[in-house]
Design a protein around this ligand. Structure first.
Ligand SMILES: Cc1cc2nc3c(=O)[nH]c(=O)nc-3n(C[C@H](O)[C@H](O)[C@H](O)COP(=O)(O)OP(=O)(O)OC[C@H]3O[C@@H](n4cnc5c(N)ncnc54)[C@H](O)[C@@H]3O)c2cc1C
Length: 427
């Protein structure tokens, strides 16, 4: 009997899942990908556009062309999913019935949720148009206070605003006007990053590059008048600016709210963090930024999730037990300017640690190096030619490697006289 898989979203997760599933499943399984537009943007490249380090046009390709033969591509805006009737309703009135649904509609930027975010002098590099406008604004900026602000978590690629600060430092030094520019990083977190070891390393880098760090700042509004611009927090702290680069609040796709029983209050879709099966219905799986799981919203996470999710979709269709295989694995190159980058690698249980990835002879972790920078710049090629086609990348598995990492002392099981472990010490 024919099974119908509908994949909502033809970005990173939707594309790589469709391509993997097409290879894994028989011809009698129909696969249809739905997306609202035909412009697949390589989002990590947006970081480089404001600094003239990437041509905006080079980041965009046609969505349909990233999908393998035998996959249907439907252009349309999803309005609602009826999880009781197993149907997707599109804005043009058409209805797509499914046996299995994969939600890959990512995260949506919500600048309108913060008062004044559309004021003059406020920019963002989180979408294609914004990154290009910011390139012009930076080129015209000859000095003053540049503030980089994260309104709230979660955001896509939580290190990207820090990378923006490091690159801004490099950019103004190269232009010979660094002394005339004050750089400030403003975050709602209580540190530069969420995980303590990486947060300390990143705060050290900010300090070395003379970038001020303002923590626990929950942006309530952005004000702009003849005296200049100001970020104002809910507890009425003020950070003045001449140019602000703001990462707006993120939410899930708009249709999630209109789909009874599917999502949470932010429009993300709760799922089992290890199988990626939705909480709402067993025949709905979730991948990437759309998922309400405790993993980072990052392309690397989406890629690692894809391996598990597609295996679980095949298992579900075959009536087999699901694999609780996703460990929250995330890794990210953190561009630090001057042709260098850091690399971080972590999962649900292990925070980013120093060492090497993916093993003892690999790339340095939590340490600036040119090799990491080359890795970051080469990643675009790997994205289009390896990740999206759904190929396995030798040595880069979905499970976080422990070898190569310098782990803190962990408690190892100590046998009791009765042969039962009673404690854990060392690893
Ligand atoms: C500036 C920036 C830098 C980044 N840097 C990195 C990095 O260095 N490393 C890293 O790993 N990750 C990075 N990321 C994050 C990475 O790009 C995302 O995590 C990844 O693309 C998530 O994939 P996804 O499939 O969940 O969502 P997306 O790739 O965003 O795809 C979602 C798709 O759903 C479609 N869609 C949404 N709503 C609807 C609807 N109602 N109807 C129809 N279609 C809809 C959209 O059009 C889109 O194509 C960065 C992101 C940004 C913005």
């Amino acid at each position: 009997m024919t099974s119908r898989i509908v994949i909502l979203g033809g970005g990173t997760g939707g594309t790589l899942s469709a391509n993997r599933l097409r290879r894994m499943l028989d011809e009698d399984v129909e696969i249809t990908v739905v997306d609202q537009d035909d412009r697949h943007v390589y989002q990590p490249g947006l970081l480089f556009v404001p600094f003239g380090l990437a041509a905006p046009g080079s980041l965009v390709r046609a969505r349909g062309r990233q999908l393998h033969a035998g996959i249907g591509y439907r252009r349309g805006v999803v309005r609602r999913v009826d999880i009781d009737q197993d149907r997707v309703h599109l804005a043009d009135g058409s209805v797509l019935p499914y046996d299995l649904l994969v939600i890959a509609t990512g995260a949506r930027l919500l600048p309108e949720e913060t008062e004044g975010l559309t004021a003059p002098g406020v920019h963002s590099f989180y979408d294609h148009a914004g990154a290009q406008e910011l390139a012009s604004a930076l080129a015209a900026f000859d000095g003053g206070r540049l503030v980089v602000d994260v309104v709230d978590m979660p955001i896509k690629c939580p290190v990207a605003p820090l990378e923006f600060c490091f690159l801004a430092d490099w950019y103004f030094r190269r232009r010979g006007i660094r002394d005339a520019v004050s750089l400030t990083y403003v975050t709602p977190l209580d540190a530069a990053f969420t995980k303590p070891v990486a947060a300390a390393a990143l705060a050290g880098l900010l300090a070395r590059k003379e970038i001020e760090l303002v923590t626990e700042f929950n942006t309530g509004s952005v004000e702009h008048d003849a005296a200049g611009g100001r970020l104002v927090s809910f507890d009425e702290r003020v950070v003045p600016f001449d140019l602000a680069v703001v990462v707006p609040l993120h939410g899930g796709a708009g249709y999630v709210e209109a789909s009874a029983g599917l999502g949470d209050e932010l429009g993300f879709v709760p799922a089992d963090p290890r199988t990626l099966q939705s909480v709402a219905r067993p025949n709905i799986f979730v991948i990437g930024d759309a998922a309400a799981v405790p993993a980072s919203k990052a392309g690397s996470v989406t890629h690692f999730e894809g391996e598990i999710l597609t295996r679980n979709v095949a298992r579900f269709l075959a009536g087999q037990e699901l694999e609780a295989g996703f460990d929250g694995h995330a890794n990210c190159f953190v561009e630090t300017g001057f042709g260098k980058a850091l690399l971080i690698d972590f999962n649900y249980d292990t925070e980013p640690l120093p060492g090497r990835y993916p093993g003892a002879l690999g790339l340095p972790l939590l340490e600036e190096s040119r090799l990491n920078h080359l890795g970051k710049r080469m990643f675009a090629w790997l994205y289009w030619h390896g990740l999206l086609p759904g190929r396995d990348i030798p040595g880069i598995g979905s499970t976080m490697p422990r070898s190569g990492k310098r782990l803190p002392a962990v408690r190892r099981p100590v046998p009791t006289p009765h042969g039962q472990p009673h404690d854990e010490q060392g690893d």
